[in-house]
Design a protein around this ligand. Structure first.
Ligand SMILES: [Cu+2]
Length: 125
């Protein structure tokens, strides 16, 4: 049984890696006018119903990647400064967002209201 769970976890990790790779690829090829594929300034892992990093601090233009390493689906709901929704992030999937404007972006998971975090985006130097 334990072996089975380990195998499942490995499979989920593989899916997350593939998802990330394809996302990075598509964002690079879709818009030629944009700069290169956004560098991931911060990676947050979602595990055991928690974000492993709650306080994220990046510069404007930076991207954050949330990887769902959990067995449950999660999402990210931002209400301010503008509404932003990640969509459902299933186990093994990841979501990347680039924060173009400086500001304080609080978010929470719609499914589990105790799951909260904040992205502080500082003006680019
Ligand atoms: Cu959740």
């Amino acid at each position: 049984m334990k072996r089975h769970i380990l195998f499942l976890f490995a499979a989920l990790l593989a899916v997350a890696t593939i998802t990330f790779a394809s996302t990075a690829c598509s964002s690079k090829t879709t818009t030629a006018s944009e700069e290169d594929t956004p560098a991931i300034a911060m990676t947050v892992h979602v595990k055991d119903g928690e974000f492993d990093t709650r306080d994220i601090d990046i510069e404007a233009g930076g991207s954050v990647m949330w990887i769902n390493d959990d067995v449950a689906s999660h999402d990210l709901q931002f209400l301010a400064p503008n509404k932003l929704y990640s969509g459902v992030i299933k186990p093994g999937k990841a979501w990347i967002h680039t924060f173009a404007a400086a500001g304080t972006y609080d978010y929470y998971c719609d499914f589990h209201n105790t799951m909260k975090g904040v992205v502080v985006v500082r003006p680019a130097p």
